[in-house]
Design a binder for this molecule. Sequence first.
Ligand SMILES: [Ca+2]
Ligand SMILES: [Ca+2]
Length: 200
Amino acid sequence: MKAYLVIPTLLLAWGCEESADTSHLILDATPRQEADVEVVEKDAEVIPVLDCETGFEQGRNDADAWDCLDVDECKQGVDCGPGGVCENNPGGYSCKCNDGYELVEGLCADIDECKLPITPCGKGGDCENTEGSHHCTCHNGYELSKDKLHCYDFNECGAQENPCGPGTCENNDGSYDCLCNPGARSCVPPECDHITCIPE
Ligand SMILES: [Ca+2]
Ligand SMILES: [Ca+2]
């Protein structure tokens, strides 16, 4: 729907003694008269009143014509929270959340990874939530990943020195077993400082 609004200042700007004929003014232009014509033309502009949809507002487009232009909500101070950035789009905007954040009621809020059914640390470590991430403290038999976000089983059998001594090492989740050679027996803490085989 379009309506039109005419700003009615034509006569006021011209004054009483001038002609209302614009072509006449241009032909006989003096600097002062040219200035008057400009004012008249500007003030006589017909401004349409546009019925813009939500997210748009009336303004001049690139071609200097009146149009419904997208409102950039991001430049109007939309708050996405500390963990996200505002992204403008036609007719609206969205909050793009950083890693470690999720959209909650329109804001990017920290994800509490430690409250997930299976925490990123797994059963091999304790989880501590942090803003935008989390930390893991790994139990014995587990090692921390380089990004410090996971605990993985440590393969004791892959170490340079066989922890079983006279026996075969078998890795398992969180520990390892020793299958002792003939003439050797299993020894576990606290008798020995680690799981190993000792001579019988
Ligand atoms: Ca977190
Ligand atoms: Ca292991």
